[in-house]
Each structure stands twice: as C-alpha cells, then as structure tokens.
Design a protein around this ligand. Structure first.
Ligand SMILES: *Cc1c(COP(=O)(O)O)cnc(C)c1O
Length: 299
C-alpha cells in the first residue's frame, strides 16, 4: 500500500506553541493537527463526511454527488472517501471545464470522481442540477448540514482530557464550528470567518444547533478574511513563512493561516484574556496551497 492509500488518524497530535507574545500575555496556545491525517486529504472533511456516507450506504445508494470549486478541499476529500467506502461519486464543479485541471481536480479524477462542469450561474441552483441525475445521495457544498456537524463534533474526541478555555476554528460553511459548539462543555468557541461580509454565517451555524446548544458561548469574528474567500496578500504569505520557520507549522492559504493570524491578534488585543488556554483547530487544507505559484512557500 502506498502512503496515500490510508488515513493516519493515529498521527493527529496537539502541538504546543511557544513564543514571547504568549508568555507576555499569559495565554497558552496549542494547535490540533488534523492536517496530519493524509498528505492530500487532510483535516476536518473526514469528520464532516462520515455520517453522510454511512446514511447513503444504509439507504442503499451506491453513488454520492456533491458540489465545489476547482480547488475545493471538500471535492477531493469526497472523492477519496467514496473510493475508500466502495462508492461511486460525481462532483459538480463550478465553472466551465478548464483546459488544464487544477491539482485538486486531477486528484479527484484519480480517485475516480466523475467531474461535471457547470457554469457559475447554473451552479447557483443546485436543485436544478440534481434533477438531471437519478439515484444519487447528494451532499451539500462543503458538507453543510446536521450530519456534517455531528461528524465534526467528534473532532474534540481525538484529544484526551479537554482542559481548554477556548476553541478557535476557521469558518467556511459553518459546519465544523457547529460541531465544535455541540461538543463544547464549558469552552468558548470562536469561529474565524474566511468569507467577506457573510452576515448569514451566524444563522447558518445556529440552524445546525439545538435550542440548548444555541445558548452556549460562541461567536464568529469577520475581521480576518484578508480580502475575501481564497484571497491573500504578501503580508499573509510572509506570516505563513514565519509560522513555518518558527514553529514548523504548515498552514493553508484559505483557512488555517488566517485563523492562526487571527488567534494571535485576539490574544495580542486582549480579546482572549490572560489565563486562557486556547486550542486552535488546524483543519487541514494544505493541498490548496498548490494553487500558488511554485516555490511561494518553503513547505
Ligand atoms: C472546509 C474547510 C474549513 C471550513 O469548514 P466549514 O465546516 O465549511 O466551516 C476549514 N478549514 C479547512 C482546511 C477546510 O478545508
């Protein structure tokens, strides 16, 4: 078996971060390294997909369908998860078929996902697209939904003894954050939105929670999107290099670099107070860095 043919859940670990800022502010910061699960398919997507695939199999479906862009972590993760589960899968990809596939699409195709390209305007109407296919178990873009959140609620179970006061994670569809809120006992959950001005996110998270879960302590911060989804600047790239050299922590350009940047800012400006013990979720996504020009990053 090649190293790509297996998932390494036993490799998940908690990395303690040590730096002057944390000492000065008397805050402990650790990173849950879900990116270690697999070289291509890493992070939270396994957790989010688990109960959808289980239900699909229980209901007798043999094909999964889902949605995403050309660099979607969810698309490549679904392709791989279906392969492992002996399921066929179809990926509805946003935008016209490109001359050259992205690394993400090449991998998805390698894992036998059938790719269907639809125009950006068609993509906005998933139910119309779904009508063109029969006998498919559909999963929302990004795995958004209750089953996704239930799977994500198991993320915290990978660490023994949760002594943290704060859990910080990136927010795209809000599914992972909803799962973390479900699992939180006394912790404050802070979500860092990677979308610009998406005021519906709080609503999206809340609609995956029960009434009891909705009164837990959680909030979404929208100050660290760096211009919007998948947007970045030289400051963010420089930050990613520094984080790599100082902590041997690889981050991705879309989610985890912005989240790590945000955690440090929230500690520096005392939003996260002295005495706190913070766990940031490294939700993976490193394959997305292949969208950058070669040699942009040292990892
Ligand atoms: C998909 C993804 C997220 C966002 O998760 P949501 O449940 O959609 O909010 C965060 N980080 C990485 C690396 C991802 O791939």
């Amino acid at each position: 078996m090649s190293s790509e043919d297996k998932l390494y859940f036993d490799k998940i670990f908690v990395q303690k971060i040590s730096e002057p800022l944390l000492k000065q502010k008397n805050v402990a910061l650790s990173v849950l390294r879900l990116d270690e699960v697999h070289p291509v398919i890493s992070g939270n997507k396994w957790f989010k997909l688990k109960y959808y695939l289980q239900e699909a199999k229980q209901k007798g479906f043999n094909t999964i369908g889902t949605f995403g862009g050309a660099w979607s972590n969810h698309i490549v993760a679904t392709a791989y998860a279906c392969k492992l589960n002996g399921l066929k899968c179809i990926g509805i990809i946003r935008g016209e078929k490109p001359l050259h596939y992205s690394a993400t699409l090449l991998n998805a195709a390698k894992y036998k996902m059938q790719l269907h390209f639809v125009s950006r305007s068609e993509y906005k109407n998933p139910s119309e697209i779904q009508k063109q296919f029969q006998n498919i178990y559909w999963i929302n873009e990004g795995g958004y939904g209750i089953k996704g959140a239930e799977g994500a609620s198991e993320i915290l179970a990978t660490i023994p003894g949760n002594l943290y006061s704060h859990i910080v994670c990136a927010v795209g569809s809000g599914t992972m954050m909803a799962g973390l809120v479900k699992a939180a006992t006394s912790q404050t959950v802070i979500g860092i939105s990677v979308l610009k001005g998406n005021t519906a996110l709080n609503e999206k998270v809340c609609s995956l929670l029960t009434e009891k879960e909705q009164i837990k302590t959680f909030s979404i911060n929208s100050d660290f999107h760096f211009g919007g989804y998948a947007k970045y600047n030289q400051q963010l790239l420089a930050f990613m290099r520094t984080v790599w050299y100082e902590h041997k922590l690889p981050t991705d350009i879309v989610y985890t670099s912005k989240t790590f940047f945000a955690v440090r800012e929230l500690i520096a400006n005392d939003t996260i107070k002295s005495g706190s013990n913070v766990l940031m979720i490294h939700s993976g996504g490193l394959q997305g860095n292949l969208s950058l020009p070669a040699n942009t990053l040292p990892f």
